[in-house]
Design a protein around this ligand. Structure first.
Ligand code: ZN
Length: 244
Protein backbone atom coordinates (compact mmCIF):
# COMPACT_ATOMS: atom_id res chain seq x y z
CA UNK A 1 0.00 0.00 0.00
CA UNK A 2 1.27 3.49 -0.83
CA UNK A 3 0.58 6.22 1.71
CA UNK A 4 0.64 9.98 1.66
CA UNK A 5 1.73 10.91 5.21
CA UNK A 6 0.98 14.43 6.40
CA UNK A 7 1.02 16.35 9.68
CA UNK A 8 0.45 19.78 11.21
CA UNK A 9 -1.82 21.19 8.50
CA UNK A 10 -2.93 23.97 10.86
CA UNK A 11 -5.91 25.23 8.85
CA UNK A 12 -3.74 26.17 5.87
CA UNK A 13 -5.84 25.30 2.81
CA UNK A 14 -3.39 26.64 0.19
CA UNK A 15 -0.55 24.47 1.54
CA UNK A 16 -2.82 21.43 1.80
CA UNK A 17 -4.05 21.82 -1.78
CA UNK A 18 -0.45 22.13 -3.03
CA UNK A 19 0.55 18.92 -1.26
CA UNK A 20 -2.46 17.02 -2.57
CA UNK A 21 -1.76 18.18 -6.13
CA UNK A 22 1.96 17.38 -5.90
CA UNK A 23 1.35 13.86 -4.53
CA UNK A 24 -1.55 13.01 -6.83
CA UNK A 25 -1.42 9.51 -8.29
CA UNK A 26 1.39 8.41 -5.97
CA UNK A 27 -0.62 6.94 -3.08
CA UNK A 28 -3.76 4.99 -2.25
CA UNK A 29 -4.37 6.18 1.32
CA UNK A 30 -3.75 9.38 3.26
CA UNK A 31 -2.84 9.42 6.96
CA UNK A 32 -2.20 12.34 9.33
CA UNK A 33 -0.23 12.81 12.56
CA UNK A 34 -2.50 15.53 13.96
CA UNK A 35 -2.77 19.31 14.37
CA UNK A 36 -5.31 19.72 11.61
CA UNK A 37 -6.54 22.97 13.15
CA UNK A 38 -5.10 26.03 14.87
CA UNK A 39 -3.13 29.07 13.57
CA UNK A 40 -4.47 29.20 10.00
CA UNK A 41 -7.49 30.92 8.42
CA UNK A 42 -9.43 27.95 6.95
CA UNK A 43 -10.34 25.57 9.77
CA UNK A 44 -13.70 24.46 8.38
CA UNK A 45 -12.50 23.82 4.83
CA UNK A 46 -9.44 21.91 6.07
CA UNK A 47 -11.42 19.80 8.54
CA UNK A 48 -14.00 18.99 5.87
CA UNK A 49 -11.22 17.85 3.54
CA UNK A 50 -9.83 15.68 6.36
CA UNK A 51 -13.23 14.15 7.06
CA UNK A 52 -13.56 13.20 3.38
CA UNK A 53 -10.02 12.06 2.64
CA UNK A 54 -8.08 10.77 5.65
CA UNK A 55 -7.94 7.00 6.13
CA UNK A 56 -6.43 7.44 9.60
CA UNK A 57 -5.72 10.45 11.81
CA UNK A 58 -4.85 11.12 15.42
CA UNK A 59 -5.30 14.28 17.43
CA UNK A 60 -2.67 16.95 18.01
CA UNK A 61 -2.40 19.43 20.85
CA UNK A 62 -4.09 22.16 18.78
CA UNK A 63 -6.94 19.82 17.83
CA UNK A 64 -7.59 19.30 21.54
CA UNK A 65 -7.37 23.04 22.21
CA UNK A 66 -9.61 24.01 19.28
CA UNK A 67 -12.28 21.56 20.44
CA UNK A 68 -12.38 22.90 23.98
CA UNK A 69 -10.45 20.03 25.56
CA UNK A 70 -7.50 22.10 26.79
CA UNK A 71 -6.87 24.87 29.23
CA UNK A 72 -5.20 27.49 27.03
CA UNK A 73 -2.97 28.79 29.82
CA UNK A 74 0.13 26.99 28.56
CA UNK A 75 -0.31 28.33 25.00
CA UNK A 76 1.56 31.51 24.04
CA UNK A 77 -0.60 34.61 23.41
CA UNK A 78 -0.58 34.18 19.62
CA UNK A 79 -1.63 30.53 19.84
CA UNK A 80 -4.31 31.47 22.38
CA UNK A 81 -5.74 34.15 20.07
CA UNK A 82 -5.73 31.78 17.10
CA UNK A 83 -7.37 29.02 19.14
CA UNK A 84 -10.16 31.29 20.40
CA UNK A 85 -10.73 32.55 16.84
CA UNK A 86 -10.86 28.96 15.52
CA UNK A 87 -13.34 27.83 18.18
CA UNK A 88 -15.62 30.73 17.23
CA UNK A 89 -15.44 29.81 13.52
CA UNK A 90 -15.97 26.06 13.69
CA UNK A 91 -19.22 24.55 12.50
CA UNK A 92 -20.64 22.23 15.19
CA UNK A 93 -19.96 19.09 13.16
CA UNK A 94 -16.33 20.10 12.61
CA UNK A 95 -15.89 20.94 16.30
CA UNK A 96 -17.21 17.46 17.11
CA UNK A 97 -14.91 15.85 14.55
CA UNK A 98 -11.86 17.44 16.20
CA UNK A 99 -13.13 16.39 19.61
CA UNK A 100 -13.58 12.80 18.47
CA UNK A 101 -10.06 12.31 17.12
CA UNK A 102 -8.24 9.49 18.93
CA UNK A 103 -4.97 9.93 20.77
CA UNK A 104 -1.90 8.25 19.30
CA UNK A 105 -0.26 5.82 18.95
CA UNK A 106 -2.47 4.41 16.22
CA UNK A 107 -1.21 1.29 14.46
CA UNK A 108 -1.99 0.39 10.88
CA UNK A 109 -0.32 -1.79 8.27
CA UNK A 110 3.31 -2.08 9.48
CA UNK A 111 3.69 1.35 11.08
CA UNK A 112 2.21 3.64 13.73
CA UNK A 113 1.14 7.27 13.91
CA UNK A 114 1.83 9.50 16.90
CA UNK A 115 1.65 13.25 17.32
CA UNK A 116 4.54 13.97 19.70
CA UNK A 117 6.22 10.68 20.57
CA UNK A 118 5.17 7.06 21.15
CA UNK A 119 5.30 7.75 24.89
CA UNK A 120 3.59 11.13 25.12
CA UNK A 121 1.45 12.89 22.54
CA UNK A 122 2.80 16.26 23.71
CA UNK A 123 6.52 15.38 23.77
CA UNK A 124 8.80 17.12 21.24
CA UNK A 125 11.26 14.82 19.43
CA UNK A 126 13.78 17.41 18.31
CA UNK A 127 17.17 15.72 18.58
CA UNK A 128 18.85 12.33 18.19
CA UNK A 129 19.01 12.11 21.96
CA UNK A 130 15.24 12.66 22.25
CA UNK A 131 14.76 9.87 19.70
CA UNK A 132 17.24 7.51 21.37
CA UNK A 133 15.18 7.57 24.56
CA UNK A 134 12.12 6.42 22.62
CA UNK A 135 13.37 3.59 20.35
CA UNK A 136 13.14 1.01 23.13
CA UNK A 137 9.45 1.70 23.57
CA UNK A 138 8.38 1.47 19.91
CA UNK A 139 5.96 -1.32 19.06
CA UNK A 140 6.35 -0.80 15.29
CA UNK A 141 9.64 -0.54 13.38
CA UNK A 142 8.36 2.62 11.78
CA UNK A 143 6.63 5.47 13.57
CA UNK A 144 5.54 8.69 11.90
CA UNK A 145 5.35 11.70 14.21
CA UNK A 146 4.67 15.43 13.99
CA UNK A 147 4.41 18.27 16.51
CA UNK A 148 7.88 19.83 15.92
CA UNK A 149 7.10 21.05 12.38
CA UNK A 150 10.61 19.89 11.36
CA UNK A 151 10.89 17.36 8.54
CA UNK A 152 13.38 14.76 9.71
CA UNK A 153 14.12 11.11 10.44
CA UNK A 154 15.84 9.28 13.28
CA UNK A 155 17.02 5.71 12.65
CA UNK A 156 18.40 2.90 14.79
CA UNK A 157 20.14 -0.23 13.47
CA UNK A 158 22.65 -2.60 15.01
CA UNK A 159 23.30 -0.36 17.98
CA UNK A 160 24.01 2.66 15.77
CA UNK A 161 21.90 5.73 15.40
CA UNK A 162 21.26 7.60 12.15
CA UNK A 163 19.60 10.92 11.64
CA UNK A 164 18.29 13.09 8.86
CA UNK A 165 17.74 16.43 10.52
CA UNK A 166 16.18 19.59 9.15
CA UNK A 167 15.69 18.32 5.66
CA UNK A 168 15.77 21.60 3.75
CA UNK A 169 15.66 22.29 0.05
CA UNK A 170 16.04 18.73 -1.20
CA UNK A 171 14.10 15.53 -1.62
CA UNK A 172 15.26 12.75 0.70
CA UNK A 173 14.77 9.06 0.23
CA UNK A 174 15.23 6.40 2.91
CA UNK A 175 14.41 2.74 3.38
CA UNK A 176 13.41 1.00 6.60
CA UNK A 177 15.73 -2.01 6.45
CA UNK A 178 15.12 -5.27 8.35
CA UNK A 179 16.08 -5.08 12.03
CA UNK A 180 16.08 -1.28 11.98
CA UNK A 181 13.71 1.23 13.51
CA UNK A 182 12.81 4.68 12.27
CA UNK A 183 11.02 7.68 13.69
CA UNK A 184 10.07 9.89 10.76
CA UNK A 185 8.49 13.34 10.76
CA UNK A 186 6.89 14.13 7.38
CA UNK A 187 7.18 17.82 8.30
CA UNK A 188 4.44 20.37 8.57
CA UNK A 189 2.04 20.99 5.71
CA UNK A 190 0.78 24.32 6.95
CA UNK A 191 3.47 25.90 9.12
CA UNK A 192 7.02 24.63 8.43
CA UNK A 193 9.62 25.82 10.96
CA UNK A 194 12.91 24.63 9.45
CA UNK A 195 13.63 27.72 7.37
CA UNK A 196 12.11 26.27 4.20
CA UNK A 197 8.65 27.83 3.70
CA UNK A 198 7.49 25.13 1.31
CA UNK A 199 4.85 22.68 2.50
CA UNK A 200 6.28 19.34 3.68
CA UNK A 201 5.01 15.80 3.32
CA UNK A 202 6.10 12.17 2.98
CA UNK A 203 5.26 9.27 0.71
CA UNK A 204 5.59 5.76 2.14
CA UNK A 205 5.32 2.40 0.35
CA UNK A 206 4.64 -0.34 2.90
CA UNK A 207 5.72 -3.09 0.46
CA UNK A 208 9.15 -1.72 -0.40
CA UNK A 209 9.51 0.10 2.97
CA UNK A 210 10.67 3.20 1.11
CA UNK A 211 9.98 6.71 2.34
CA UNK A 212 10.31 9.91 0.35
CA UNK A 213 10.44 13.25 2.18
CA UNK A 214 9.32 16.05 -0.12
CA UNK A 215 8.56 19.78 -0.27
CA UNK A 216 6.27 21.76 -2.51
CA UNK A 217 5.93 25.53 -2.90
CA UNK A 218 2.53 27.14 -2.38
CA UNK A 219 1.05 30.65 -2.34
CA UNK A 220 1.74 31.59 1.30
CA UNK A 221 1.02 35.25 0.47
CA UNK A 222 -2.58 34.28 -0.23
CA UNK A 223 -2.75 32.52 3.15
CA UNK A 224 -1.26 35.61 4.79
CA UNK A 225 -3.91 37.83 3.21
CA UNK A 226 -6.61 35.54 4.62
CA UNK A 227 -4.95 35.61 8.05
CA UNK A 228 -5.00 39.42 8.02
CA UNK A 229 -8.58 39.59 6.72
CA UNK A 230 -9.68 37.25 9.52
CA UNK A 231 -8.10 39.48 12.17
CA UNK A 232 -5.67 36.76 13.24
CA UNK A 233 -2.24 37.91 14.54
CA UNK A 234 -0.13 39.15 11.61
CA UNK A 235 2.89 37.21 12.86
CA UNK A 236 1.13 34.01 11.80
CA UNK A 237 1.25 35.16 8.18
CA UNK A 238 4.78 36.56 8.39
CA UNK A 239 6.22 33.31 9.68
CA UNK A 240 4.70 31.34 6.79
CA UNK A 241 6.78 33.36 4.35
CA UNK A 242 9.95 32.60 6.31
CA UNK A 243 9.25 28.97 7.20
CA UNK A 244 9.91 29.79 10.85
ZN1 ZN B 1 1.50 21.63 15.14
Amino acid sequence: MRYLVISDIHSNLEALEAVVADARGQHERIVCCGDIAGYGPDPNAVIEWCRDNLAEVIRGSHDRACSGMEDLEWFNPVAQAATRWTIAQLKPENFEYLRSLPAGPRSLDNFALVHGSPLDEDEYLLTSLDARNVFGYMEADLVFFGHTHLQCGFGWKGGRQYSLQRVVDREVWLRVEPDSAWLVNPGSVGQPRDGDPRAAYALYDSQTNEILLRRVAYDSEQTRRKINAAGLPDVLGIRLGMGR
